[in-house]
Design a protein around this ligand. Structure first.
Ligand SMILES: C[S@@+](CC[C@H](N)C(=O)[O-])C[C@H]1O[C@@H](n2cnc3c(N)ncnc32)[C@H](O)[C@@H]1O
Ligand SMILES: [Zn+2]
Length: 267
């Protein structure tokens, strides 16, 4: 099970009657969806509070169509290859909980997920899949040292010190970044000079890179709704001029490359 600690004093938290409590009586109530907010004043980041409600809903809408299935299968294969008995898996910056949910359905494991965005965590918790979700900041993960077998980190900021701290000595970090050709056809439609992704691994000082695996799959986006949901869950949407956004209005389907690079680290 996940060993979640009190963000105030660091003692273990236990859940009873919809409240998480530590032995020093610091209490954190569960929201009606079942998640708990473990962000305390000192770890709340200024005005930037993670992805907003629209981003959460677009991510949910797009991912549940199965367009990133190749990635899901790749992650599940990697986890199975580690052959860890009932691993504890941390879905770091879990978003709306898609990947943790798919993994839990296919592997005997305990999963917990957290994200800075309350909207993301709220949506994730509605899955009611036995996964513990909390709102938290990856710069201060309220989880006991060396208590996680696999830290899963997809398309999110990286924090080497915290990820190393929470994984066991024989644990792993699986980090996923977009491959150079990921969604290139979408960028070709939008921009005069589309750039490929740089495919850079996370910056690490002390972790050991055990493996790098690339997954490429062509998928067919079957409606304008799906194309727009994809566009809106990427950072491109927020950096594209309205006149360029309009180029997608009449596109009702397209073939597109999905490409992911998986990095596996140990400490
Ligand atoms: C691109 S989304 C990826 C979400 C999910 N991993 C997925 O692939 O569906 C990045 C996520 O990182 C979260 N995030 C950003 N900064 C964070 C931080 N400091 N601590 C925790 N989560 C953070 C955002 O709220 C957002 O949900
Ligand atoms: Zn406490």
């Amino acid at each position: 099970m996940a060993e979640i600690i009190c963000p105030v004093c660091g003692e273990l938290l236990t859940a009873t009657n919809r409240t998480y409590k530590c032995k020093n009586n610091h209490c954190f109530d569960m929201a009606k969806e079942g998640y708990v907010n473990l962000l305390t004043g000192k770890h709340k980041p200024g005005s930037e509070m993670g992805d907003n409600r629209d981003m959460a809903l677009n991510r949910r809408e797009f991912l549940c169509e199965g367009y990133f299935d190749a990635l899901v299968h790749g992650i599940i294969e990697l986890i199975k290859e580690q052959a860890l008995p009932r691993p504890v898996i941390a879905d770091i910056c879990c978003g709306e909980g898609y990947y943790g949910d798919r993994i839990k359905n296919e592997i005997e494991c305990d999963v917990f997920g957290f994200d800075l965005s309350k909207e993301m965590v709220r949506l994730a918790s509605k899955r009611k899949n036995g996964i513990t979700y909390f709102v938290g900041n990856l710069s201060h993960i309220p989880v006991r040292d060396s208590s996680v077998d696999i830290a899963l980190h997809l398309f999110a900021p990286f924090h080497e010190k915290e990820f190393s701290r929470i994984i066991k000595d024989n644990g792993y970090i699986i980090s996923v970044v977009a491959g150079e050709n990921h969604l290139f056809e979408l960028k070709e439609l939008l921009y005069d000079t589309p750039y490929k992704n740089d495919e850079k691994p996370p910056e690490t000082a002390n972790l050991t890179l055990l493996e790098k695996r690339k997954i490429t799959a062509r998928v067919h986006l079957k409606s304008n709704k799906d194309i727009m949901a994809l566009f809106k869950m990427t950072p491109y949407y927020y950096h594209t001029k309205d006149e360029d956004k309009a180029k997608l209005t009449d596109i009702n389907g397209m073939d597109i490359t999905t490409e992911f690079v998986l990095f596996v680290y140990s400490k």
